[in-house]
Design a protein. Structure first.
Length: 459
């Protein structure tokens, strides 16, 4: 599933604005198997305001040159062709921040006019941290938007440490507590994440679940322990445990998932990863625990092939009990900038590769824009792989001089997904299995310089 993919890192040094033609995502197109052939499923167009109106702010200009202001989703209906299904409009506010998002549909569908079905409004503090999000939805009875609820974020030392959600009670016109997420950071790494729910009877927050993370000296995540709260016992109880191992180059070599059963940890799933000399993952073996024989049974093996460190082919084989049965392949293609332009799957049947049940064909289109010349500007180098990522993302940061900096991941809507601190050059493997499929932006900044890099999560 992995490949080494050095993405185009767009680097800025404040005050240095050497420009050059760059490329960014402007459209996607998906095809799926109909039963006999591949047919269109949906497409999306990303529209960008020219320069985004923030040329005076070097960092905001560069970051927002990767953020589109409109996305239009178009579905394909057999017999009638394409029709516009959904439109998302992102309004960029001061400093290039997305402060309002409109989700629009057509009424009636296909032929009607656009109307705003949902709206999200964000507010920020002076450090560009998102402090509040208010969600609105359309009331068909009144023909207007009404408040659904709000998220309030708290930051400590630049890290998101708490997110509280309150729903809006229309009868009393007040916000009511519902849930809260608490994040604890140690040395720049998130070491604990707790989820709590509001108890209206006792007017107190009650525990629901807790995730605890451990790391090695290279900031690689070693484990993730999930515990659920037992109200009767008044304590957290073990649920799931994931353990990771790495080689001397900080490449993840194994992933072991265990479940807590009858008072003991029970093995469940294990993945073993192999790499070549360029740190490209060349094999991914999946094992399932056999409770009868108390050993891991081989389940699947994926092997990867690369050209110029770009993964072009992945072959999936499944263990039948006596031999490996070739099942499916994924083929990737790229443009001259190393950006993914297509990835599609095919099934292996009767010695032939062909499209079949469960296959998809994803195509990505890019447009050029005037951005910062990465050959002359900046001292931060960033590379990410694989692309598209599925469960893990490898991040490599090079610094000309060791210094503290912040790494953050944002969704395509501008929502902060992850954030942590680093010092000097680093190579880290980041589990991303909890992220939804879509386009994300990773930023690396030290207060004087900032990079912005696009990557894709696809499953």
């Amino acid at each position: 599933m992995m490949k080494h993919f050095t993405l185009m890192a767009l680097v800025l040094l404040c005050g240095l604005m050497a420009t050059a033609q760059q490329s960014r995502l402007v459209g996607t197109h998906t095809l799926t198997f109909s039963g006999s052939t591949m047919v269109p499923y949906d497409t999306a167009r990303m529209l960008y305001a020219a320069g985004n109106g923030y040329g005076g702010d070097a960092q905001a200009y560069q970051y927002d040159s990767l953020k589109n202001d409109t996305t239009v989703r178009v579905f394909y209906q057999s017999g009638t062709g394409y029709y516009e299904f959904e439109r998302r409009i992102y309004r960029l506010g001061a400093g290039g921040r997305r402060d309002t998002i409109f989700i629009q549909r057509k009424d009636p569908p296909v032929t009607g006019a656009w109307y705003t079905q949902d709206m999200t409004v964000h507010t920020y503090d002076g450090s560009n941290n998102r402090t509040m999000t208010i969600d609105y939805t359309y009331n068909t009875g009144t023909g207007s938007l009404y408040i659904m609820g709000k998220h309030t974020n708290t930051y400590t030392g630049g890290n998101l440490t708490e997110t509280m959600y309150q729903y809006y009670n229309t009868a009393t016109s007040t916000y009511v507590n519902q849930s809260k997420r608490i994040y604890v950071f140690t040395g720049g790494n998130m070491t604990e994440y707790r989820y709590e729910v509001w108890d209206p009877a006792g007017s107190v927050w009650k525990p629901y679940s807790r995730n605890t993370y451990t790391y090695d000296g290279n900031n690689n995540q070693l484990s993730q322990l999930l515990e659920n709260w037992n109200n009767t016992a008044g304590a957290y109880e073990n649920t799931n445990l994931v353990e990771y191992a790495y080689d001397a180059n900080n490449n993840m070599t194994s992933y072991i998932h265990k479940q807590w059963i009858s008072g003991a940890w029970q093995n469940w799933v294990r993945y073993i990863y192999l790499y070549d000399g360029a740190h490209n993952m060349v094999a991914d073996s999946n094992y399932q625990w056999n409770t009868t024989s108390s050993v891991y049974d081989l389940y699947t093996v994926s092997t990867m092939h690369y050209t110029a460190n770009l993964r072009d082919t992945t072959i999936l084989r499944t263990w039948t009990g006596s031999s490996m049965d070739t099942t499916m392949r994924t083929v990737n293609t790229y443009n001259s900038l190393g950006q993914l332009t297509r990835w599609h799957t095919q099934n292996y049947t009767a010695g032939t590769w062909a499209y079949g049940l469960g296959n998809y064909d994803y195509k990505y289109y890019y447009g050029s824009f005037t951005g910062v010349d990465t050959k002359t500007a900046g001292t931060i180098g960033v590379s990410l792989y694989p692309n598209p990522a599925t469960d893990m993302l490898h991040i490599k940061v090079n610094m000309q001089q060791p210094q503290p900096y912040t790494v953050a991941i944002y969704s395509n809507t501008g929502a902060l997904v992850r954030q942590w601190q680093e010092t000097g050059a680093t190579r880290r493997t980041l589990p991303v299995g909890d992220l939804q499929s879509g386009t994300y932006i990773l930023t690396v900044g030290n207060g004087r310089e900032k990079t912005a890099t696009q990557f894709v999560i696809a499953r």
